[in-house]
Write a protein that binds this ligand. Structure first.
Ligand code: ATR
Length: 273
């Protein structure tokens, strides 16, 4: 019998996850189906309950339900707990387990696919919303030399830094919050855009010179050339979009569900083509 999975979102029509998981399933000869499910904005929990009753085995969760999924899960993985959000659900007899594969997806894309080591590097993380929170711990686990969080609303970056300091498990990394204008005169090896500014084609008020020679500019958004990417190109940075992260987070979900790790490179290449 074919095992059923899906991505739950609102909107969800644009999601590439069904194609990615179909490619993984073909590659690994796993008998699964993967659908898109549009949940009403006030009906996430009911949608999950109905899916479980219908025999689904798990799901991915996308905008705007990642926080709700976090609260719905009866058990969380450590990385979901760290992220404060859930993008992967595993349905078991006991209940719903919540995981988060976004951060590991980003780190794997940067370190493995793009071959840029994070350890010891000067990293700038732009944004302090759910997307930034979701990748903060996995990036810190790679022990960058410095991690600066910069956000339009500085308070949110300050709160993120405070939470890290209170936990105390990243004492060996210097973690700071800075306003965009304070970045003037500093250069970073890796700059990650985790804001949603690109969705509205908005420019971030970043000072020129923030990219060290050979720096990687990573936009977690995919499918469009954002103003951040254009800015980074003009500044001679090496630019990457979030397609690799999307495929890598999917691969990690697939592994959680199926116990088989698909190859990501051919899938990323197929989507680029
Ligand atoms: P997500 O889940 O995508 O992170 P979010 O939690 O709403 O969504 O966070 C959006 C992030 O993008 C925030 O860091 C936001 O900055 P603020 O905290 O100041 O709102 C950032 N953002 C969105 N539009 C932006 C813009 N035009 N300029 C700068 N930052 C922007």
């Amino acid at each position: 019998m074919t095992d059923r999975y899906a991505v739950i979102g609102h909107p969800v029509e644009h999601s590439k996850s069904p194609q990615i998981h179909a490619a993984f399933a073909r590659q690994t000869a796993q008998d699964i189906s993967y659908e898109k499910i549009l949940a009403p904005l006030d009906g996430f929990a009911q949608t999950v309950a109905a899916m479980r009753a219908d025999g689904f085995m798990g799901a991915n969760v996308t905008v705007p339900f990642k926080l709700e999924a976090f609260h719905l899960a009866y058990r969380l993985t450590e990385r979901a707990n760290d992220a404060g959000a859930v993008n992967t659900l595993l349905f078991t007899g006991e209940g719903v387990i919540g995981d988060n594969t976004d951060g590991v997806g980003l780190v794997r894309d940067i370190q493995h696919n793009l071959a840029v080591a994070i350890q010891g590097k000067r990293v700038l993380l732009i944004g302090a919303g759910g997307a930034a929170e979701g990748v903060l711990h996995p990036v810190l686990e790679q022990q960058p030399g410095l991690l600066v969080i910069s956000n339009r609303t500085l308070d949110k970056a300050l709160i993120m830094v405070k939470k890290i300091e209170e936990r105390g498990d990243f004492r060996f990394v210097s973690v700071q919050a800075q306003a965009f204008e304070d970045l003037q005169g500093q250069a970073f090896d890796i700059v990650i855009n985790a804001t949603s500014a690109g969705l509205s084609d908005s420019e971030l008020p970043l000072p020129p010179g923030i990219f060290a020679p050979g720096a990687l500019a990573y936009d977690m958004m995919y499918g469009r050339e954002t103003p951040f990417m254009k800015f980074a190109r003009l500044q001679q940075a090496r630019v990457a979009d979030g397609l690799g992260m999307l495929v890598e987070q999917a691969a990690e979900s697939f592994y959680l569900w199926r116990g088989v790790r698909p190859l990501t490179a051919p899938v990323i290449a197929a989507f680029r083509a």
